[in-house]
Design a protein. Structure first.
Length: 69
């Protein structure tokens, strides 16, 4: 089992959370955690995503297409 201190909404404070025995094979990196104070369960979602590219909106003129006034 893996233990972490996290904020629990139910307990309204920082308490110890533990990962139960993981049946999915994650081991100590299991995203499921249980509050040792009240038993509330949380899921830590870890994923990667691409950051949006700035300045490439539909209909927006690109810098090379702008004209001086």
């Amino acid at each position: 089992m893996s233990d972490r201190e996290l904020y629990c909404d139910t307990c309204e404070g920082v308490v110890l959370f533990e990962a139960p025995t993981c049946v999915d094979g994650h081991g100590t990196d299991c995203p499921e955690l249980i509050c040792t104070g009240c038993g509330a369960a949380v899921l830590i979602a870890t994923f990667a995503f691409r950051a949006p590219r700035l300045g490439h909106r539909r209909g927006a003129a690109r810098p090379s297409q702008r004209r001086a006034a």
